[in-house]
Structure formats: structure tokens, C-alpha cells
Design a binder for this molecule. Structure first.
Ligand code: AMP
Ligand code: ZN
Ligand code: FE
Ligand code: FE
Length: 286
């Protein structure tokens, strides 16, 4: 008998943050494209977990409950994937609240910048396109700009207006990376650095940072990601091997919000996935 190698995608977004599929649609689409395991990792929020869990039971796919937390380390913006932490952990919740407040606080300031540039756009426009999102972000501002006809797509909105250094870019609060790793581990979860050398980050993690982060409780590095060219993947794989960190791969799917990031476009090796699940210690809901 031939056993098929399981296909595992450990980083996706739903409409509870800046993806365009509802959590249930995301899970159904993951099954449709032949994935065996999918992780829902919305930005800074676990709001999609319940809906995704129900849908995963219905369609018959393994769901990993995760999130992607906006962090900062030595002046670099770093996204941290957290898998299966207890979502009721008080310290974790408090810090996520701070990050979400930062997102909400940034919105009016971004709107002011856009208005000063002569673009007629309101906070309500953004709230309307953000729908059920808990974590609002620049992609929603981009969608509102598309609806008003100022840009053709999210890519153009980021390139012209919203990315670091562009006129409507506004900074926001990010959690301290080492603190957040500690909170995730304390909540029984597993911490993996997302796309450490991805696009859009002005300053990124130095190779020397990984042993320090490992000592703080980091378990893995997302190596196979579309923002990483082959050379970066090779280097990151070597860094992971040196520090005995798990290597993951994923799509960072955002529905039709981000072209060329289709579900399953990168996947995680089943042996690496086994290592990851072996570290999950939270007991909630079990
Ligand atoms: P924010 O969460 O507001 O900091 O916005 C960052 C998010 O925007 C990232 O996590 C991506 O999901 C998305 N993003 C970044 N660059 C682009 C781009 N060029 N096109 C579409 N989405 C992007
Ligand atoms: Zn996103
Ligand atoms: Fe990210
Ligand atoms: Fe992401």
C-alpha cells in the first residue's frame, strides 16, 4: 500500500484579521486543495478558532489553532507564530489586547495622513471593509482605498502609501519578542518566528539573534515562505540546524487579498510537524 505524504500548511489568515475567507471557508478550501493539516494564524487574535474548529470537524481536516503576533526585537519588526497556547492565559491576553489597541489607535492617524494627501477616506470606510475582523490592519485601509478608486489593489496601496517609509505609514505598538515567546511557552504553546527575512521589514533579525531566542523558548523558524528567496531559505535552514530549531513551511494565505500565496504553496515536513506537536502542552478544551 502506498501511503501519501501528508500536506501541512502552518500559517494562514481568515477574515477575522486581514484574510478574505471566513474561518469556515478557509478550512473548507484547505481540504479542497488536499491539505491534511492547516493552521489558522490570524494576526494577534484567536477570534476565528471556534468557527474553524467546527468546520474542521465537518470537512475532516486537522486544524492547528494558532495566531501571528506582531513583535519587536532590537529595532526589527518580527512576526511570531504561536501554536495552541491557552487562549485564556491572562498575561498573553493582556499583551494581545495592547497590540490590538495599537492597531485601533493607528487607524485614525493613518486616515489623517491619507486625508492630508487629498484622499477622501474615512474610518467608517475602513470599518466597513474590515467586516468581522478583530485585528484591523493596513490591508483593510488598502481595501477601502480600492473601494474609493484610489488604487487598483493591496500591492499598489502598500507600495505607494502604506509600507514603511511611505507617506501614510504610521507606527504602532508591537510586543517585545522575548517577552512574547515567554508568554506563549507559559501558556503551553509553541513559538515559531514567521518569515524572519521576509519583504516589507525595514530591519530584520540578525543570524546571531536565533540562539538567544532559542534560549528564551523559541522552538522553530518558518523557512519555506514565499517572501524568502532560495538563498535566504538555505541560510535559515543552516541556522535552524545549528540551534536545533524546527523548520516549518507555509503559505501565509490571505484569500484573494494577496496574490501568489495560495494554500499549500509551501508546506511543512511531516517529521518537523511531529516535533512541533510534541511540544504543545496546553490542556485547554482537551
Ligand atoms: P499591519 O498588520 O497593519 O502591520 O499590515 C501588515 C500586513 O499587511 C501583513 O501581515 C500582510 O498580511 C499584509 N501585507 C504586507 N505587504 C503587503 C502587500 N504588498 N500586499 C498585500 N498585503 C500586504
Ligand atoms: Zn496579514
Ligand atoms: Fe507576517
Ligand atoms: Fe501572516
Amino acid at each position: 500500500m502506498v501511503t501519501r505524504r501528508p500536506r501541512i500548511d502552518l500559517h494562514t489568515h481568515s477574515s477575522r484579521s486581514d484574510g478574505t475567507d471566513t474561518p469556515a471557508e478557509l478550512v473548507a478550501n484547505a481540504r479542497r486543495v488536499g491539505l491534511d493539516v492547516v493552521a489558522l494564524t490570524d494576526h494577534d487574535s484567536t477570534a476565528g478558532w471556534d468557527e474553524a474548529t467546527d468546520a474542521a470537524g465537518d470537512v475532516g481536516i486537522t486544524l492547528v489553532r494558532g495566531l501571528e503576533v506582531s513583535c519587536a526585537y532590537a529595532g526589527a519588526s518580527v512576526h511570531l507564530l504561536a501554536y495552541e497556547p491557552d487562549p485564556t492565559h491572562e498575561g498573553l491576553l493582556a499583551e494581545l489586547e495592547r497590540v490590538l489597541d495599537g492597531r485601533n489607535g493607528r487607524l485614525p492617524r493613518t486616515i489623517e495622513r491619507l486625508n492630508a494627501l487629498g484622499m477622501e477616506i474615512t474610518e467608517n470606510d475602513v470599518r466597513a471593509v474590515a467586516g468581522s475582523a478583530v485585528a484591523t490592519g493596513r490591508p483593510h485601509v488598502a481595501d477601502a482605498l480600492i473601494a474609493r478608486g484610489y488604487v487598483a489593489n493591496r500591492e499598489e496601496a502598500f507600495d505607494r502609501l502604506l509600507k514603511t517609509g511611505r507617506p501614510a505609514y504610521v507606527e504602532r505598538y508591537a510586543a517585545d519578542l522575548v517577552t512574547m515567546i515567554g508568554l506563549i511557552v507559559d501558556a503551553g504553546g509553541v513559538a515559531v518566528v514567521a518569515h524572519p527575512w521576509g519583504r516589507g521589514a525595514g530591519s530584520v533579525l540578525e543570524p546571531e539573534a536565533f540562539p538567544t531566542l532559542k534560549a528564551a523558548g523559541l522552538s522553530g523558524i518558518e523557512v519555506d515562505h514565499n517572501d524568502h528567496p532560495a538563498s535566504a531559505r538555505e541560510q535559515l535552514r543552516a541556522i535552524a540546524a545549528e540551534s536545533d530549531l524546527i523548520v516549518t513551511g507555509s503559505s501565509d494565505y490571505h484569500g484573494h487579498g494577496k496574490a501568489d500565496f495560495d494554500l499549500g504553496c509551501n508546506t511543512t515536513d511531516p517529521a518537523e510537524y511531529e516535533r512541533l506537536t510534541g511540544l504543545m502542552r496546553s490542556k485547554f478544551g482537551a
